[in-house]
Design a protein around this ligand. Structure first.
Ligand SMILES: [Zn+2]
Ligand SMILES: [Zn+2]
Length: 124
């Protein structure tokens, strides 16, 4: 026998995540939204900590290529790639994809940074 089942879905207004029940969606929506400063824009040159594993040097300048978010803080990304702890489940956050070629070997490794880890590049 053929049946049609309609499943209700709930969405968080901030991050558009889908939930099966209203409480979870409401809880998601109630999480605060991380402040996004004006320099957190695609194309902006920013200062952060980068490291080239081939040359074994640290360097600081990169360019934002993509902004992901607002999304709920992801424990895996936070710990593994960003090394920030304690934000999980607390905030809707932004993840910044940054292009930062090594000044020596020019290798471009993909970086993901969080807003607290970047500063505007004030060269001028
Ligand atoms: Zn949400
Ligand atoms: Zn290098």
């Amino acid at each position: 026998m053929v049946r049609s089942v309609i499943t209700e879905r709930f969405y968080c207004d901030t991050c558009n995540c889908e939930y099966e029940n209203e409480e979870e969606a409401t809880a998601c929506e109630a999480m605060s939204l991380e402040f996004r400063p004006p320099y957190a824009e695609v194309g902006q040159e920013i200062v952060s900590d980068f490291f080239c594993g081939y040359c074994r040097i640290g360097y600081t300048v990169g360019v934002i290529t993509e902004i992901e978010g607002p999304v709920p803080a992801d424990e895996d990304i936070e710990h593994r790639l960003i090394q920030i702890q304690g934000r999980v489940g607390v905030l809707h956050v932004y993840y910044l994809h940054v292009k930062a070629p090594c000044p020596l070997c020019k290798r471009e490794l993909p970086w993901i940074k969080a807003i607290p880890q970047i500063r505007p590049n004030k060269r001028f």
